[in-house]
Write a protein that binds this ligand. Structure first.
Ligand code: ZN
Length: 480
């Protein structure tokens, strides 16, 4: 096979609809309060067998982390703007089916104390009363450990919420003064449940620091990322799309495949403009369940965090989605841009970001959208207008839609709005190196399935080459 090399930044054609932005990644430990090695040696609070087995494979529809810290879509309440909900913790599943161990009424999961410390508070009551409280049955432990990145933050507090039962030691602590009952790492302190306002059994974990009162931090800050590599998506697999621009605003979409990224903040900036949506500082706001707490940035989260069930959930609920959501089919009559549907079936998390108050008449390629995680990693998405590829009569083609299927080891490619022609599909890896090409095929709107590709895990792009005219797909991810 003849090797080809593409500089994607120079060759991305101008297309209608979504424009996949180029990504540049980096590492910036000077970002405030970054912990370089956040390994406090804490034990995991629930279902640790999954984490300790290096052969564990995350499933599309069965995730260890059920709901992430940060913006999410609330489908059960109409009390806040756009059904937007800011999740102040991290939800751990108890339903991961591993080694045949599934949570049932007779096979409950014990909640394990993560650190050495003292019991700082216990919230307990009847189940009926707890149903009226958000947090349910809860225990807070004040750990002996302090934050190393910023010792002035004081000791680490861990909140365990939605328990179905307390254990002996936490039950007895209810009668005693706070901070007098010691607990040890590994002690059983309760049973995972669904007390309070919940949709299913899970552990909600919140982490706080003490600084003129308790303040939230991202719960995953205390775990090193290499402690659970299979449960995390690295930032460079994030796709950023630019969907629409106006004279003073732009609509971006953040797409995170397969699993989760521990996002710390999202920033839009150029030389003279910067707006940052910092999840940790927003988390402390009593107003946090609104999507517009930073002037000029509006966030739209979706009910995406359960893998392949996410698309069907979106498809079944989108009819009731508020029209202000870009992915709402009610969109057309409510704004100056068209409905931006959600179409990929392997996406774990989608966030739409409307940046307004941009400098009037701005150049879109002067802007960067920067997504930072809690470990100092970041990706910058940027838009390159330049194109050295003649797109000729294919300008009406939106883009190639790509559906990798790791179970059956094939990829389905579906072009849009093409009249049948002969062409060649070429697959490029993240460095722009061609790793596969097909024979000449008849390309039509029914799509093509490519079997037995045996691609290594990584990020790829597919290019449809019709006599030297190139149509690019979005970047997509192969996992193993
Ligand atoms: Zn939660």
């Amino acid at each position: 096979m003849k090797k080809r090399f593409f500089l994607f930044a120079l060759l991305v054609p101008i297309i209608m609809g979504a424009q996949v932005m180029d990504i540049q990644k980096g590492y910036d430990i000077s970002y405030p309060n970054i912990e370089v090695n956040p390994d406090y040696g804490f034990v995991w609070p629930v279902a640790a067998d999954v984490l300790d087995d290096s052969s564990y494979t995350p499933q599309f529809s069965n995730r260890y982390f059920m709901s992430l810290f940060g913006p999410r879509y609330k489908s059960t309440s109409t009390s806040n703007v756009g059904y937007f909900d800011f999740h102040q913790g991290e939800d751990f599943t108890s339903f991961v089916n591993y080694n045949g161990q599934v949570y049932t009424d007779s096979n409950k999961y014990y909640l394990i104390c993560m650190c050495e410390g003292v019991i700082n508070s216990v919230d307990d009551s009847t189940d009926a009363y707890l149903e009226t409280t958000g947090n349910g049955r809860s225990v807070r432990v004040k750990c002996d450990s302090s934050y190393r990145a910023n010792p002035s933050w004081g000791q680490i507090y861990i909140n365990y919420r939605h328990l179905s039962d307390l254990h002996t030691i936490t039950d007895s602590a209810k009668q005693l003064p706070i901070n007098t009952v010691r607990v040890s790492k590994g002690d059983t302190i309760g049973i995972v449940g669904e007390s309070g306002i919940t949709s299913t059994v899970h552990l909600h974990l919140s982490i706080a620091r003490s600084d003129n009162g308790l303040k939230n931090v991202h719960p995953m800050r205390i775990f090193p990322p290499n402690r659970s590599p299979l449960l995390h998506t690295t930032l460079d697999s994030v796709n950023i799309e630019l969907h629409h621009t106006w004279s003073d605003s732009a609509l971006f979409r953040l797409i995170i495949p397969y699993n989760q990224v521990n996002i710390r903040s999202i920033e839009i900036k150029n030389q003279s403009y910067s707006r940052i949506y910092d999840f940790e500082s927003i988390s402390d706001s009593s107003n946090r369940d609104h999507n517009n707490l930073v002037s000029g940035l509006k966030l739209y989260a979706y009910s995406f965090n359960r893998g392949s069930t996410a698309l069907s959930r979106y498809n079944s609920t989108k009819g009731t989605m508020p029209a202000i959501y870009p992915a709402s089919p009610n969109k057309n009559s409510h704004s100056s841009y068209t409905h931006v549907p959600i179409t990929t079936d392997t996406t774990a998390y989608i966030l739409d970001i409307m940046a307004s108050e941009l400098p009037n008449g701005y150049e879109v390629d002067s802007f960067r959208i920067i997504v930072r995680d809690i470990y100092g990693n970041y990706v910058e998405g940027f838009y390159k207008q330049a194109s050295t590829v003649a797109v000729k009569d294919y300008k009406k083609l939106n883009k190639l839609r790509v559906y990798p299927n790791p179970v059956t080891n094939h990829i389905t490619i579906i072009p849009k709005n093409i009249t049948a022609k002969y062409g060649v599909y070429r697959i490029f890896d993240a460095n722009g190196i061609e790793v596969y090409e097909t024979q000449k095929l008849l390309i039509d709107n029914n799509g093509t399935k490519l079997y037995n590709l045996d691609l290594a895990a990584g990020q790829y792009t597919i290019v449809l080459d019709i006599n030297g005219d190139y149509i690019f797909s979005s970047k997509f991810i192969i996992t193993k």
